[in-house]
Ligand binder design. Sequence first.
Ligand code: ADP
Ligand code: MG
Length: 392
Amino acid sequence: MSKSLLPGATLGVMGGGQLGRMFVQAAQSMGYFTAVLDPDPTSPAGMVAHYHIDTDYLDEQGLAQLMQRCDGITIEFENVPSPALVTLGAHRPTSPDADALGVCQDRALEKAHFKRCGVACAPHAVIANEAQLAAVPAALFPAILKTSRMGYDGKGQVGVADLAALPAAWAALGGAACVLEQRLPLAHEISVVIARSAMGVVVGLPVQQNLHRDGILAVTEVPAPDVPEATRQQAFEAAARVADSLNYVGVLCVEFFVLDDGRLVANEMAPRPHNSGHHSIDSCDVSQFELQVRALTGLPLVAPRQHSAAVMLNLLGDLWFARGDVPRAPDWAAVLALPGVHLHLYGKTGARRGRKMGHLTVTADQPAQARDVARQAAALLGIDPGLVGSAA
Ligand code: ADP
Ligand code: MG
């Protein structure tokens, strides 16, 4: 990737979800043409891109078309099949590359990589066969069993109280390759979104503090209200080391736990922009999606500056249902009457409980103001206002 791909070029993205949509929107606003490969003819990104190729991710003709159209290609979800990225990478600049993707697709490899970089992660054991199951030490419990691959939003995870409960838990996950992690005493959850160029320049968004409900991100606050500056710096440096040692080019998010005793522990990483970085569209002068465009095209990476305090609320499909599963329309007009509210809906038809339909970012001069308005917006929409400012 020595030559920059300048505006006017066509950028492709594997995957048509909301992250792809916001990448496409950022690329278009910078003067790029865009193409999306996603089998769903109504995918959120496919509907706004210049070109939509609706084949399977491994379809040879689909991949050939994408390469024909595009000067550079990125991804918007980590489960893009590796062989597809290998094929694309042989002919076009791709960011990230298939090697980095391979590490991010597998929790066991991810944790091994954290360790290699000197980044602490939860005590854990890999369970891919009966012998490994039998060798699990009792000291790991209580624990969480997570499938090594394909998990997201808390899916593919079960809590395991003790050693005796482990075989049934593993069976419940289909005997798939898993990582068993000690359940840690979390004080807070934070994430860092960074971008790294082929030249090794690393820039990042301000550290985000995240609150999850039922395994799904509910609220992000920036600046992180409860995390000392030294811990934020440590998180940024750890994320940069993780990227450097993968020779990573693109946007990478690393999720961390801050433990009750203040220690920082890496949880997992995503080889793409992240839900917790969505606030940057409205709160920073360079968004995570613009960073993705810049990293892919080889344009300069400049450090984003946060100009407003922000609270982001995820808008799940639950908001489209009143009690008793009666369909309803959220009162957007009421919410948009509040100051500093930025509504982002992803164009998904068919609300379902737990489905990410959009997000709402509240910006303000001061964090307390942003929180106050976010609580009002939450109340209007049927989100528990108590979630805002309670990140733990
Ligand atoms: P996903 O891929 O679904 O995001 P994560 O590994 O990030 O999976 O787990 C989802 C959430 O579950 C985390 O954000 C955290 O709230 C909780 N969690 C995960 N691992 C642990 C752990 N070892 N100890 C305590 N809580 C955990
Ligand atoms: Mg996670």
